[in-house]
Design a protein around this ligand. Sequence first.
Ligand code: SF4
Ligand code: SF4
Length: 336
Amino acid sequence: MITLSITLSGQCNLSCSYCYFKKNNISFTPISLDNFFLEYQKFKSAIPDKETIRIDFFGGEPLIHWDLIKLIINTLKDDGNDFLIPTNGLLLTADKIDFINEHKIKISLSFDGLWQNNNRLTPKKEKTLSSLLKKKDLVFKINDCTIHTMISGECNNLLENHLYILDVFGISPGMELIKDIGAWSRSDVLLFNKGFSELINWYILNVDNYPIPPIILHHLRDFIRAFAKKSNPTYCGAGKSHFSYLDGRIIPCFLLRNKDVIGQIPNYTNMTGCASCEIIKFCRRGCLHENINNKGPIAELCLIYKHIYNDISRMVASLKDSSKFCDLIQRELYDA
Ligand code: SF4
Ligand code: SF4
């Protein structure tokens, strides 16, 4: 599967603390559909016939441009594509959910749970947890809904937040690290690592009663792939498995926009700074754009990755006799 993220525009009804768009000067003018379809056709004809394209409606907040989303889906729905809308959820309505379900669109709700009021404020600095919770009944009506939660430097009570979101929405959130240069101090790293171990320890004790938290599964898959296929991706896949439509053209990623940076990509898809690292077989090495700007791996994130893979290894050893865990590994091996 190849992901094509369409940046419909930089407009958003929130002003999240870690927003990439504020830093990267993304235009507020909505895309021209005629130009998008032209670029899409060129893109489609350049990839193998059997490859599915995941159209990822990106923003800003994509639901601001609901009419554009409907037009694109109605035009491309018979083209064998898969559709995904990451959204902060505040503009969801019953009508939109009918369309979403009818067209089998995947929703990834951007929801930070206990961290929402710190991370995701409105442009007027209003808190948004209670507004999102008012949408709860609508969210329950979505047939294919996941949740993604961003982890910034101040967020370290991973287990508490995991259980909170699971309790409120019945969905285990996919937690994702902010990977920007300077996002993590050394003391943040220590606290995050402690929080990650707490989550792993909880899962080890509760393997029979709860699904594996997605952040653990995500990294466990790197282990499995390294053993099953003897190889792992050495970077995030921008320009290979992931592309963005921005500024009227298709580029490797919305962050990898200017020619100079794009020209540096080949030097950072397998960084020399990783050559002697003990977790080189597993590690996905963060964000390509940030690594280019940093001229190599970001030291604080490396400390986090090493801790994560050590903990995954500890978990695998602890759960080797659990039939539930062995079934999970079998399934993952089959998929790998
Ligand atoms: S931890 Fe850092 S140095 Fe090691 S492989 Fe990952 S990005 Fe490279
Ligand atoms: S460079 Fe890679 S990790 Fe960074 S934002 Fe783009 S696709 Fe994501």
